[in-house]
Design a binder for this molecule. Structure first.
Ligand SMILES: [Zn+2]
Ligand SMILES: [Zn+2]
Length: 323
């Protein structure tokens, strides 16, 4: 499976402010003056020794994760945040494969929930308006079609739903259901979040990717798994909501997002060693996200020991991981 993060920002998209861009320019200038690099690639290697925020940004778009797999009959997207427009603009994405170029493409969306930041990218997906393309929507919320149709209402958007309806197909999953999808096995499990959200597990060729965003992680068990197992069991990589610092979590306990310390405790107790920290708080700039990443390691080492194998990463927009 190829997993590509087209959006990892939570709640709403963010732009990189001009003062941050100016700081990045200054960082690069200062480094260049001291550098002995003779080529651009040598200088890039020096930049990479710095925290990511030194010269770049993590993610501006909201949640959209692409899964491409030879075992899947079509490209899969988890959520349709504004990252969907980044996917549509990337020539390497499944939305620009040969079938879509011939206006006979097919794609599937697995929807964690329908809060704005997870669906708002759909109406501007230009492939939607090309007759011949077909789209499948999977989700475990009741009334999934009505929720998506509500995006295409002339009070909010110029195109009405009935113009698209024939080419959009809705598949309501049962809570905690497992389905075959081509040669993939896809499972879902409900999560604690206002209005309920759903985690998804994608399994193919002994590799397992789980996305668990918009959850406060207070109840992580799923009934469809055998006793002692759950949706995370044996996962190769898990992308987990990491929206809050401990202090911010205490102020916003009802928002349905965890503190970074709870993410560490969750990963350690589930014995997951590869965690992508996603749904970045839009109030946290890139330097703060680097500090949040470091705080995860500080907490891990102090509570679970220096040698604990758990590793965290912050996804960078457009990053691809091959599982
Ligand atoms: Zn969200
Ligand atoms: Zn949400």
């Amino acid at each position: 499976m190829k997993i590509r993060f087209y959006g990892a920002r939570g709640s709403h998209p963010t732009a990189v402010p001009i003062d941050r861009i100016e700081k990045i320019q200054k960082n690069i200038w200062d480094l260049a003056r001291k550098s002995s690099a003779k080529t651009w690639s040598q200088f890039q290697k020096e930049i990479k020794t710095k925290p990511h925020s030194f010269a770049s940004t993590y993610s501006c778009h909201t949640t959209c994760i692409e899964i491409l797999s030879e075992g899947s009959p079509m490209p899969i997207y988890v959520d349709m945040g504004t990252g969907l427009s980044a996917a549509a603009g990337d020539l390497a994405s499944g939305l620009n494969n040969d079938k879509f170029k011939a206006d006979s493409g097919e794609a599937a969306f697995f929807i964690t929930h329908t809060h704005w930041d997870h669906i708002i990218g759909l109406p501007t997906l230009y492939r939607l308006y090309k007759p011949g393309n077909e789209f499948h929507f999977y989700g475990a919320h009741k009334g999934l079609k009505k929720r998506i149709a509500g995006l295409f209402n002339k009070n909010y958007f110029p195109v009405e739903f009935d113009l698209l309806e024939d080419r959009l197909h809705f598949h309501e999953l049962r809570k905690d259901e497992q389905i075959p999808f081509g040669k993939l096995k896809i499972s879902t499990a409900s999560q604690p979040h206002p209005g309920t959200s759903f985690a998804y597990r994608f399994e193919y060729n002994h590799k397992i990717f789980v996305i668990a965003t918009d959850t406060d992680l207070s109840n992580t068990m799923a009934s469809s798994f055998p006793k002692g197992k759950n949706i995370y069991s044996g996962a190769t990589m898990v992308a987990v909501d990491s929206h809050f610092t401990h202090e911010d979590y205490l102020q916003r306990k009802t928002h349905g997002h965890p503190s970074i310390e709870r993410v560490v405790d969750f990963a350690a107790s589930e014995e997951i060693n590869n965690i992508m920290l996603t749904h970045h708080n839009p109030a946290y700039d890139d330097e703060f996200l680097d500090a949040l990443l470091e705080s995860a390691y500080t907490y891990l080492r102090s509570k679970y020991g220096e040698r604990h194998p758990l590793r965290f990463q912050l996804p960078i927009e457009g990053n691809q991981f091959n599982l």
